[in-house]
Design a protein around this ligand. Structure first.
Ligand code: BES
Ligand code: MN
Ligand code: MN
Length: 464
């Protein structure tokens, strides 16, 4: 495979403009007001896949948002790569913290992206990273170098739990048959420290509701005499961690995979600068489970966090009231061997049973998924390693990520193939936050690296 660099250089401006066009469509899957835009994005992706060289493209209807499918088959005897990505994005709020409107992309230089970065919701997660694969396919077809078959499956519900994708995959096992799954929806350590993601955490997401009196009450007339659901909820939440920041739910750690000292010291070799980390977040110290480093806390250890909490009066001025209800959304990040459905049940039983007299507590499970780890001696990992070596000039470091792509473990179960997580974003790219961005260097590096992966993977498979 020839270096894609000259082709990328020649078409760079168009590659950027096309991505910007895609980023302008607000494909917010969580908010039904954007339904038309989500569907329009699916259509735009389909059209781009067709232009890039897929010989079949289709919009596959599901009970939820459609899945864009495309393929190019050059010879059924050759290996097949299945590319997965998502065209939906997170809601952009809080809007007032954006320096530009989230769906009106601008290019700006940053300290970590001296060549410029595209600021827009979805630029890194995942439209920009997904689109690298479309442009890599364009390069390989335009220059007649596609070495194997390729299938694309781009979904529109990743940010809301991928419910329809499970439905789709179980009904289309044959159509989706492949030798390796390739995903760019994670990050890497730094532009000069390439890494490949070898693990993702699982997830259990729940919503809790605490009900006290049957109506909001005057906090003078009733205060002190009835349970205040917000007081109760905050105390219940606080008791979910002990003084060592261990989670107190009985049975929570039962199945947690413990890493060997050797694995932990290998992990500790990855470059990490605590001072820079604190500075970037403007915090005076890090925080977390006793006995583990920051990099361990956010990758190989399970966690529990409140994502949102509400109830009572939050408007302007003061209102003296004891609310009838209080609510919170809570997520637990899980690690290998923890079963997300079991953890959800453990949480529900523990939380509901720990309610004091005077309130009723209910736990409503949302979505979840299993953690994922992938070996570094698979054909796919070896091919990726070689591809990075060619384009970055360095061997990539295997690294477990703290994020979740719940569908990845399901892919392995249903399609029986390994997933390679080739992410080109940086943690500082602010995915899910205001001012999300994606470095132009990273975007183009991805487009350059992906064809090398196709080449190396085919060579490994065909060489056998
Ligand atoms: N692309 C992210 C996951 C990610 C980002 C993994 C960076 C590793 C590094 C994905 O879109 C995402 O946001 N996943 C959600 C879970 C989903 C069920 C809403 C997450 O991790 O919160
Ligand atoms: Mn994503
Ligand atoms: Mn995301």
């Amino acid at each position: 495979m020839k270096s894609a660099k000259p082709y990328i250089e020649e078409h760079k401006q168009r590659f950027i403009n096309e991505l910007i066009d895609l980023l302008k469509i607000p494909s917010i899957s969580a908010d039904s007001a954007y339904k038309k835009d989500v569907i329009a994005t699916a259509e735009a992706v389909r059209d781009q896949l067709a232009k890039a060289g897929c010989d079949t493209v289709e919009i596959c209807e599901t009970p939820g948002y459609p899945i864009v499918y495309g393929e190019r088959t050059i010879d059924p005897k050759l290996p097949t790569i299945l590319v997965y990505g998502h065209y939906d994005v997170q809601p952009p709020d809080p809007l007032d913290l954006w320096h530009n409107p989230p769906f009106d992309p601008v290019i700006k230089k940053t300290e970590l992206h001296p060549e410029g970065a595209i600021f827009a919701r979805g630029s890194c997660d995942d439209k920009g990273q997904m689109y690298m694969h479309v442009k890599a396919l364009e390069y390989m077809t335009a220059t007649n170098q596609l070495p194997c078959n390729v299938k694309f499956m781009i979904e529109g519900e990743e940010e809301v739990g991928s419910e329809s994708l499970g439905w789709f995959v179980s009904r289309n096992r044959e159509k989706l048959a492949n030798d390796v799954i390739l995903i760019s929806d994670t990050g890497m350590i730094a532009n000069d420290v390439p890494s490949i993601t070898t693990g993702l955490r699982g997830l259990s997401y729940v919503e809790v509701e605490v009900t006290g009196p049957n109506r909001d009450l005057h906090s003078g007339l009733y205060g002190g005499a009835v349970a205040n659901p917000i007081n109760v909820l905050t105390k219940m939440i606080a008791s979910l961690h002990d003084e060592n920041k261990h989670i107190t739910i009985p049975g929570f750690y039962d199945d947690v995979e413990e890493l060997s000292e050797e694995e932990r010291s290998k992990m500790a070799e990855a470059p990490f600068n605590k001072e820079a980390y604190k500075k970037a977040l403007d915090i005076d110290d890090v925080y977390g489970e006793a006995g583990y480093t920051t990099n361990e806390r956010n990758s190989i250890r399970p966690t529990l966090d409140v994502n949102g909490i509400w109830g009572g009066y939050t408007g302007e001025g003061a209102k003296t009231v004891i609310p009838s209800k209080a609510y919170a959304k809570i997520s637990m990040r899980l690690v290998p061997d923890q079963n997300w459905e079991k953890i959800t049940q453990l949480f529900k039983t523990h939380f509901e049973n720990s309610a004091p007299n005077g309130v009723r507590v209910t736990v409503k499970p949302h979505h979840g998924g299993q953690a994922y780890v992938t070996p570094i001696d698979s054909d796919g990992y070896r091919a990726a390693e070689k591809a990075y070596k060619t384009t970055f000039g360095k061997t990539p470091i295997p690294q477990r990520s703290g994020g979740s792509i719940p569908i990845v473990s399901l892919f392995e179960k249903e399609l029986k193939s390994k997933t390679i997580l080739m992410g080109f974003g940086l943690d500082s790219d602010a995915i899910h936050s205001p001012n999300e961005h994606f470095g132009i260097w990273n975007y183009l590096k991805g487009i350059e690296t992906i064809p090398q992966f196709y080449h190396e993977f085919t060579a490994i498979k065909e060489g056998k």
